[in-house]
Design a protein around this ligand. Structure first.
Ligand code: COA
Length: 375
């Protein structure tokens, strides 16, 4: 049964899901019935990860068991670091991460098991190990020794500890908690959709996550956060911002961190993250990035009626916390692996293979000239 072609599948309903609801009219994001704004205010990353994976917020006992399981699984085999050392220096961290997750799959005993219990176990293992791969991937490819992950610290504290070896700053933890919660899940975005397409063939969770990492890398999706920071750095000063945007728009360039397929009146996640940029800028006495951002925002609204999406304020948040720009997109994976996993498990529970149609617009009736006669 043919249906009308919609470029980019805009407006096409491709599935039914009970995991998250993106409401562009109300400008809200709901995870399993809870407003993401309230989750950011009241919950830790681990509580929300549990909610998205298991369907509701954990009890105290469930929370303790879940966080203990995650902390205990943070180590990765040292052979993965040998692999990192073999990579080209210019390798993008999303490519090294994608390779490392594929290796974890090949080293796992039952990676091909697509039962719900095996998928949940694989999801927890990846949730525990991906921050280790992200930070130690960066360390090893920059000539530093891998730092063993903490077995006590929570998700956010452990990330800062692994990166700096020092005491985590409470204000940084709060900001990272917000961005990591808000990155967990977001409807049928491109990477989530690709993970669902992959497992709809009855491939396993690892395959779905590897597909999704590749999809997230692109600048129109998760790669937008590091590209947004590259843009802010290139603009450099508030005085240059307006002319820079004018010039970019005249040259038909896309401004990274702006626009969204679903949200047309602003991204509720961006509003929350911007508060953290403000708080960090004031506390650190560095208002440069927020001043440039405000000018870019005003200009984009006036010129294109486009609002910033979550990746725009995330870029300044991470930069103010001294996190290397090349880690911004891999840090998205540290969180979104939860959403991908929940979607993969939901897809497998009620599966039908994704197989849409394409309309052929190539030539017909060509005749084969033998190779020897072809010039
Ligand atoms: N900068 C400049 N113009 C933009 C823009 C941006 N960031 N985002 C959209 N537009 C313009 C397009 O050029 C197009 O204009 P036109 O109709 O005059 O040709 C119009 O807005 C519609 O954009 P389109 O790319 O077709 O929308 P989409 O729904 O297919 O794409 C995004 C959505 C998010 C991919 C797109 O807005 C984008 O590329 N944003 C920048 C990357 C980004 O921040 N991604 C992270 C998303 S969370």
């Amino acid at each position: 049964m043919a249906s009308e072609y919609s470029p980019g599948l805009e407006g096409v309903m491709a599935g039914i899901s009970g995991i998250s609801e993106v409401d562009p009219i109300q400008n809200t994001l709901i995870y399993r019935g809870y407003d993401a704004r309230e989750l950011v205010e009241k919950c830790s990353f681990e509580e929300v990860a549990y909610l998205v994976l298991y369907g509701d917020l954990p009890t105290h006992t469930e929370y303790d068991a879940f966080t203990s399981r995650i902390k205990a699984q943070r180590d990765v085999p040292s052979s993965i670091y040998d692999l990192y050392r073999s990579f080209d220096n210019s390798a993008h961290p999303m490519d090294t991460l994608k390779a490392a997750v594929a290796v974890l799959a090949a080293q796992a005993k039952n990676a091909s098991d697509i039962s719900e219990s095996a998928s949940l176990a694989a999801a927890e293992s990846l949730l525990a190990k991906i921050p280790t791969l992200v930070v130690n991937g960066y360390r090893v490819t920059h000539g530093d020794a891998p730092r063993p992950p903490s077995k006590e610290l929570d998700h956010n504290q452990n990330f800062f500890y692994m990166l700096t070896g020092g005491e985590p700053n409470p204000m940084f933890n709060k900001a990272l908690n917000a961005t990591q919660i808000l990155y967990i899940e977001h409807g049928f975005n491109a990477s989530t959709f690709s993970s669902r397409v992959t497992v709809s063939t009855l491939a396993d969770l690892y395959c779905g996550v590897v597909s999704a990492i590749g999809t997230l890398k692109g600048p129109l999706h998760g790669g937008a956060n590091e590209h947004a920071m590259a843009m802010l750095l290139e603009i450099g000063t508030p005085e240059r911002a307006e002319a820079w945007v004018d010039d970019a728009l005249t040259n038909k360039k896309k401004i990274m961190g702006f626009g969204h397929r679903e949200y047309k009146k602003g991204d509720s996640r961006a509003v929350i993250v911007k508060k953290h940029v403000q708080e960090l800028s004031d506390a650190l006495g560095n208002r440069k990035w927020i001043e440039i951002s405000d000018i870019v925002e005003a200009k984009m609204l006036a010129a294109k009626n486009l609002y910033p999406n979550v990746d725009f304020p995330v870029a300044s948040t991470y930069y103010l916390m001294d996190i290397p720009v090349e880690l911004y997109t891999p840090m998205f994976v540290m969180s979104r692996v939860v959403g991908w996993s929940a979607n993969i498990i939901e897809q497998l529970a009620n599966n039908r293979i994704f197989r849409p149609q394409s309309e052929y617009n190539g030539p017909h009736d060509k005749k084969v000239t033998p190779l020897a006669a072809r010039v």
